[in-house]
Design a protein around this ligand. Structure first.
Ligand code: NAP
Length: 502
């Protein structure tokens, strides 16, 4: 892939690629090498967003090319999109690597996971069965599922293909039409998916793509009375303001927000497996992950030995150029994020927690061109401190010890978030007991950070509402309607006597 020239990211409205009204553009630099502009994107205006919403509305209301009713068309388009993602895997992985700074090995898996999601939901398009029941009177209740309508999908930058696929694929499978607004750090990844969907045969106007600032075009999407639902992934603060805005017109909203995941390791854990699972969850995508293992909870009796094991493994991680197949951890997404992460590290040091790994910004040579921070682990962290409570979104891990099951569960739940958690113990009954008491949308037992398309993703508490992936992911884009049909043939039904005497 030619990486010298910036990739060009237009808007897509009603099947046409175009520049923004007024011609403004913004650029995205490579976070591993800030001297390289990787994407130049159209910076949409509120007017462009209104045009995109209008195109989406018209496509839905006119049932363009039978999109809303012909599930076989939707099934074909989604399967084809999955196939095209696989055919373009190398190029897509490059786009993700360049915009996010995600190491090449991780970007390749990320692309294949996005294809999985399209293929999974392709099968669902033809399985939107409802339910039927005959009442004792002989009348019939039909419960049918219908697409919600026009949906606004607002996505984050950290896993730009899969986060987008999890919304776009079920929305399209259900027969909705879409306006997609990607994060401004990663416009190209979203555009590539929309381009692939058009190549796969999606009718004009069914999916529209608008890059530009969340505060203007994102806000326009949320406020529009022509949009039936917003599905948002991002920070809890942004999610709260979107939910408040949508409440004005009872617009449907689903929210995938922040996390502060615990990983609980009991004394009977297999050190080799548990330490690898922990490191994988901590430092994947440099900890810029809502489901990252941010708190490692180790039982007192094995605390020192297990921590030593984890630190030894952490030291082997290679931080550097995401293009290098040997690189395990890339840069932070931006200067701001690097600063935020370094501020948390300083807080940890000032608070007197034990810095047992890393703690520095990487400097010298190529590191000076990017936002690189060492994998960092603090031990003996107080769970009630900022390091225990707040989402850092970087490679900074808080380690705590616990005495028994009860304390492990208490610490796990003692945060505002409830997205994911992990438990490692050789005692099957114990893992189940603990998993049931942790308040999180997903609990991994003897594994970490697995997200099959067949499962679910979504959080308790301030981690959000609604569920993505799996069959539940379809529910977010469908309304259930009751169609009641008289089966009595009576002109004067018993219920009418409440109002009419004869
Ligand atoms: P963010 O700042 O909240 O932005 C997310 C998206 O919202 C971006 O497209 C952004 O556009 C847009 N946006 C910002 N302000 C808006 C507004 N007022 N109205 C409408 N849209 C608006 O989050 P982020 O920094 O991209 O992502 C990191 C966060 O996402 C973390 O907190 C992480 O935990 C969370 N996350 C959650 C999940 C999950 O599944 N639970 C998954 C991944 C990430 P701009 O980019 O143009 O500002």
């Amino acid at each position: 892939m030619a990486t010298q020239q910036p990739m060009q990211c237009p808007l897509v409205i009603n099947g046409r690629e175009m520049e923004a009204t007024g011609g403004r553009r913004f650029s995205r630099e490579n976070p591993a090498n800030v001297n390289q502009v990787v994407t130049e994107a159209a910076e949409a205006t509120a007017e462009d967003m209104r045009n995109a919403i209008h195109a989406s509305r018209r496509a839905f209301d006119t049932n363009t090319e039978s999109w809303v009713t012909n599930y076989k068309l939707r099934e074909r388009v989604l399967f084809k999109a999955g196939e095209l993602i696989r055919q373009n895997a190398e190029r897509l992985a490059d786009v993700v690597r360049l915009e996010v700074g995600m190491p090449a090995r991780q970007a390749a898996v990320h692309v294949s996971a996005a294809a999985d999601v399209f293929e999974f939901y392709a099968g669902f398009a033809s399985k939107m069965y409802g339910e039927t029941m005959f009442l004792p009177t002989g009348s019939q209740v039909n419960l049918v599922k219908e697409p919600i309508g026009v949906v606004g999908l607002i996505t984050p930058w950290n896993f730009p293909l899969t986060q987008t696929a999890r919304k776009v694929a079920p929305a399209l499978a259900a027969g909705c039409t879409v306006v997609l607004k990607p994060a401004s750090y990663t416009p190209m990844a979203g555009y590539e998916l929309v381009r692939i969907l058009h190549e796969a045969g999606v009718p004009k106007g069914v999916i529209n793509f608008i890059s530009g600032p969340g505060s203007t075009v994102g806000d326009e999407l949320v406020r529009s009375s022509s949009v039936d639902k917003i599905s948002f992934t991002g920070e809890t603060g942004t999610g709260k303001s979107i939910a408040a805005q949508a409440a004005n017109e009872i617009k449907r909203v689903s929210l995938e927000l922040g996390g502060k995941a615990p990983y609980v390791v009991f004394e009977d854990a297999d050190f080799e497996g548990a330490s690898r699972a922990a490191i994988f969850g901590m430092f994947r995508n440099a900890g810029q992950a809502c489901g990252a293992t941010t708190r490692l909870l180790i039982q007192e009796s094995i605390h020192d030995a297990f921590l030593e094991h984890v630190v030894r493994l952490g030291r082997t991680l290679q931080v550097g150029d995401p293009a290098d197949q040997a690189t395990d951890m890339g840069p932070m997404i931006s200067r701001n994020q690097e600063r935020t992460v370094m501020d948390y590290i300083k807080f940890g040091q000032d608070a007197g927690f034990d810095l047992v790994l890393g703690g520095n910004k990487l400097q010298g040579g190529d590191f000076d061109n990017g936002y690189f921070v060492e994998p960092t682990i603090f031990a003996n962290v107080d769970n009630s401190s900022k390091l225990g409570q707040e989402e850092i979104f970087g490679p900074v891990i808080a380690v705590m010890s616990f005495k028994d099951e009860e304390e492990a569960i208490h610490l796990s739940n003692d945060v505002p978030f409830g997205l994911v958690a992990g438990v490692w113990s050789g005692d099957h009954a114990r893992t189940l007991r603990v998993a049931r008491q942790i308040k999180a949308g997903t609990v991994w037992i003897r594994d970490n950070y697995q997200q099959p398309a067949e499962g679910i993703w979504g959080g308790f508490k301030e981690s959000g509402m609604g569920r993505e992936l799996g069959p539940y992911g379809m529910d977010d884009f469908m309304e259930v309607k009751q169609i009641f049909t008289d089966g009595t043939g009576l002109a004067m039904k018993p219920a009418y006597r409440q109002v009419i005497k004869e």
